[in-house]
Ligand binder design. Structure first.
Ligand code: FCB
Length: 406
């Protein structure tokens, strides 16, 4: 029998742009229409209107926590103009979670920006942290009496990689120079937001908040085991999984480590140069592992190894995303089961993990991949917006209820 602590957080995650619909002031919305993205976000899952219903389902599935993001472009549609209606909307959303016994985990930036901010150069602008802070101040002041867990940034490195290195997300720049500037500004934005949030709670005599980022992580494994591949895998783990966190920890700006984990990357360094050591991956597709519908390897033991490795920081860890897109729902359950077993193993070995949030509560808009990937515990029919609970969600709900993985 595999048992979890009684106070463990169980639930699922979403992000505003991917589920709400009609975020017309966002840079993603503008970009989708400009480049003519094949499948546009549109109404997404209409979660903006249907959130109470979605939270009823989460409650029925025995979740006791839920991660969501607030959409900056709704709250501050024009620079310096804050919408009291939208702030009230998110307050209602948080209250709806609390009424159902779900602990809110609130992300402040999940890949999307207001159009006005993007026009000023987004996080490439030297003043970006200051702009972000004004928004953070409003949101946190409006919600602090109801929220304990804050995630300032979702996957900063994934954001930089797609938007400023690969150039496949807005603003589609391909510049290492720009990427470095954005990284520095994001770190500054986080650090200052961390201090600001703590300051607000102190001033109001509220119990200390828990503030972190959601860090994307991967298991880096050599494809063919040779010295170069092993070294490259080690280097990537160190650089991509640990370095960003280390910087924030050194600056005393993490209260816990937020972890997003999905898959493994098969390292095949074709040279000793930067490209070889940092970027080359196996392209032969000969990995025997099962894959999700986007072709990502399913590799649960990577989560165990990662948690062990993060254990060195002696901070509590909260798994903020782990999930699979698949049309085979038993495969989804198997994925959850195997990953939870790995989490539990790491915990028995002494790593402190506070909770596990599955990505995602409902099927949603998977960025440039559109609506085809089905990550949800709950199916969404995009014609009728009807929700249907999947079998895997029911099995997971038993674990949430009992804390036991059978
Ligand atoms: C993560 C993102 C999330 C979702 C999942 C599948 O990288 O944070 O928004 O797209 O991947």
């Amino acid at each position: 029998m595999i048992e979890f602590p009684k106070d463990f957080f169980w639930g699922a995650a979403t992000s505003a742009y991917q589920v709400e619909g009609n975020n017309t002031n966002s840079d993603w919305w503008e970009w989708e229409s400009r480049v003519g993205l094949k499948q546009r976000c549109g109404q997404a899952c209409r979660h903006y209107e249907l959130y109470e219903h979605d939270f009823d389902l989460a409650r029925a599935l025995n979740h006791n926590a839920h991660r969501l993001s607030v959409e900056w472009s709704r709250i501050e549609p024009q620079q310096g103009q804050f919408s009291t209606d939208e702030l009230q909307h998110y307050r209602n959303v948080i209250l709806a979670l609390k009424e159902r016994g779900l602990e809110p985990v609130v992300t402040l930036h999940h890949f999307t920006n207001p159009v006005w901010f993007a026009k000023l150069g987004g996080f490439g602008n030297k003043k970006a942290a200051g702009y972000f802070l004004a928004f953070v101040e409003k949101v946190v002041s409006a919600l602090c009496d109801k929220v304990r867990f804050w995630v300032t940034l979702n996957e900063p490195m994934v954001y930089i990689y797609h938007a400023y290195i690969l150039g496949v997300w807005p603003p589609q720049e391909k510049s290492l120079f720009k990427a470095k500037a954005v990284a520095d500004n994001l770190i500054l934005a986080h650090t200052r937001a961390y201090q600001l949030i703590h300051g607000i709670y102190k001033k109001r005599n509220l119990p200390s908040p828990m503030v972190s980022i959601a860090k994307n992580t991967q298991a880096f494994k050599p494809c063919i085991v040779n010295v170069r591949n092993k070294f490259a895998a080690y280097l990537r783990h160190w650089l991509f999984n640990l370095e960003f966190l280390k910087k924030l920890i050194r600056g005393n700006s993490l209260d816990f480590i937020g972890v997003n984990y999905y898959s493994r990357s098969l390292v095949e360094a074709r040279s000793w140069g930067i490209r070889g050591l940092l970027l080359d991956v196996c392209e032969n597709n000969h990995s025997p592992l099962k894959k999700n519908s986007l072709g990502w390897d399913v590799y649960p033991q990577g989560l165990h190894e990662l948690l062990r490795s993060l254990g060195r920081f002696k901070l509590p860890i909260f798994i903020l995303e782990n999930g699979i897109c698949t049309d085979d729902d038993m495969f989804r359950w198997n994925f959850i089961y195997q990953h939870l077993a790995c989490v539990n193993l790491a915990m028995r070995e002494g790593v402190k993990v506070m909770g596990y949030l599955y990505w995602s509560l409902i099927d949603n808009f998977e960025w440039d991949k559109g609506f085809a990937p089905r990550f949800g515990l709950i199916d969404v029919d995009y014609n009728t917006y009807k929700r249907t609970i999947r079998e895997s969600a029911l099995k997971f709900s038993e674990v949430c209820k009992t804390g036991v993985l059978n």
